[in-house]
Design a protein around this ligand. Structure first.
Ligand code: ZN
Length: 274
């Protein structure tokens, strides 16, 4: 959480963002001329500048690869009053995403949610691929939230799966690919908004361009490096309970970016029988 300011309000802003299986909520009740709201360990930041006439929101990508960001805006006494924008950000690029005009009378406010995903271009999921369950054949774990799960597997995350497992359980690659990003320095997690930007994660790009995402990993629990090529079934990480997580589990989904609407969508996948 970057800011939680409690000075008296002249206007009210409620800012949140959604990435992967959760929402990130940032709130402030102060009026600030500029603010920065970052996600994914500061790899993607939104910069908001405000004046009496309105606000401008730009996004900055610090990943070494292109990202897709989408931002859904709603508000009161502003133009536009509701809009979804979707933009591609090159490595290191900062780009204006949306400009908001305040109407001349009365208080105005705006809210936004955002989604982020590596830009996968025109990647199409190969539905003939059989994935391997992401843990050893000697292990069996209950699914604590399946596709379309009411807690957080909605919208872009519709085809995500959570397996409840003890912290430190071995995570194997469900499919071969190349590691494009990871985080493993967080030790914080829980079922509270304050933990929503605290998850450790591992992203693996598959041969068809889609991304396999392994989330909520243990601190120092990733055993591969960015750039590594991993084989299906290879030990890649240890499970944890970091980020927005009500109990130790692994969240897994396969996704690709979209050029319209939400920045990404998840894909249904088939697992090989054991
Ligand atoms: Zn999940």
């Amino acid at each position: 959480m970057k800011h939680l300011s409690l000075t008296p309000l002249s206007s009210f802003y409620f800012i949140c963002a959604i990435f992967t299986c959760f929402s990130l909520f940032h709130t402030t009740e102060s009026r600030a001329d500029e603010r920065k709201t970052c996600f994914q360990h500061d790899k993607v930041c939104y910069l908001t500048s405000e004046d009496k006439k309105g606000a401008h929101i730009s996004a900055q990508n610090s990943y070494p690869f292109p990202m897709r960001v989408s931002l859904h805006l709603t508000g009161h006494n502003i133009t536009p009053s509701q809009k979804t924008v979707n933009a591609r950000l090159g490595p290191g690029e900062i780009k204006n995403i949306i400009s908001i005009q305040a109407k001349s009378h009365g208080q105005w406010r705006y809210n936004w949610t955002s989604q982020l995903h590596p830009d996968t271009g025109d990647a199409a999921h190969d539905d003939t691929v059989l994935y391997q369950l992401p843990f050893p054949k000697t292990k069996s774990y209950p699914i604590s939230q399946g596709p379309n799960g009411a807690f957080s597997h909605r919208g872009p995350n519709s085809f995500a799966i959570d397996w409840a497992m003890p912290v430190g359980s071995e995570i194997l690659a469900a499919r071969e690919g190349t590691v494009i990003a990871l985080r493993e320095d967080s030790s914080r997690g829980g079922a509270s908004n304050q933990y929503k930007s605290e998850e450790n994660y591992l992203w693996i790009r598959h041969p068809d361009g889609t991304i396999g995402q392994y989330l909520h990993l243990k601190k120092d629990g990733v055993v591969v490096e960015v750039g590594d090529r991993v084989k299906k079934g290879q030990l890649i990480a240890f499970s944890g309970n970091t980020g927005y997580s009500s109990a130790p589990h692994l969240h897994f989904h396969v996704s690709s970016s979209q050029q319209h609407g939400a920045a990404f969508k998840s894909h249904p996948v088939n697992f090989a029988p054991r």
